[in-house]
Design a protein around this ligand. Structure first.
Ligand SMILES: Cc1cc2nc3c(=O)[nH]c(=O)nc-3n(C[C@H](O)[C@H](O)[C@H](O)COP(=O)(O)O)c2cc1C
Length: 201
């Protein structure tokens, strides 16, 4: 209600990056066996229903892979959630505890488009047509995003690249983000997020 009054066009539930809502849908974190067990994603459903009482579009940033071997928060459960719940848009994301091992730091030029496996699964189940899908994670330049557009995704997100060069869509790819994650570390140290490469290049 406050978002609507403040003039926002939509709200996004954060159910990713091992924040609370995403923990409720992962059986690594949520080991309940009652109706709130991870497989039934009831808390996410309840929160969505509560926010739906306000007349404003509601999307979700959805954990689609914890990258934790042997646990349930993976492509299959993400597809199940997207199939069952009505969001106005879905931003595909993932990571957290298992992501660090899967994607170690400094990996310029490889592993772009982290969530392609999720997009391909959504496409195979005709879930890309159910609502607009945004995919964020790993894109280093404009060409990388084209891979997602070719897969049928209408929107992509960039984060660290903008800290490296917020004009990159105009300037091209001269200043490379190597995805070293120092910007995230700088944020944890209480400063605004900065790209450490911008101090030396
Ligand atoms: C400095 C920094 C702060 C971030 N803060 C948030 C945040 O508050 N909420 C969020 O959902 N994601 C946050 N992210 C994650 C990004 O939205 C994005 O999912 C992630 O960086 C992967 O995209 P990229 O490869 O384009 O950087 C942050 C990322 C960075 C680098």
């Amino acid at each position: 209600m406050r978002a609507k009054k403040a003039g926002y066009d939509c709200v996004q539930l954060h159910s990713g990056h091992t924040y609370l809502l995403s923990q409720t849908i992962s059986d690594f974190y949520n080991q309940r066996t009652d109706e709130y067990r991870a497989a039934d994603f009831k808390l996410l459903r309840d929160v969505l229903e509560a926010v739906r009482t306000v007349d404003i579009p509601v999307g979700v940033k959805l954990q689609c892979d914890d990258f934790i071997e042997g646990h349930s928060m993976n492509v299959t459960s993400a597809c199940k959630i997207i199939s069952a719940l009505k969001f106005d848009f879905v931003e595909v994301t993932g990571g957290g505890q298992g992501g660090g091992a899967k994607y170690p730091t400094i990996r310029a030029g490889k592993d772009q488009y982290y969530y392609r496996h999720v997009i391909q699964a959504l496409k195979a189940q005709n879930l890309l047509d159910k609502q607009p899908v945004i995919v964020t994670g790993g894109f280093e330049n404009v060409e990388d995003a084209q891979m997602a557009f070719d897969d049928g995704v209408p929107l992509v997100g960039y984060s660290r690249k903008f800290l490296r060069n917020d004009q990159f869509l105009i300037d091209g790819d001269a200043k490379k983000c190597v995805r070293c994650n120092q910007c995230i570390i700088s944020l944890g140290q209480g400063t605004t997020a900065v790209c450490s490469l911008n101090n030396i290049e």
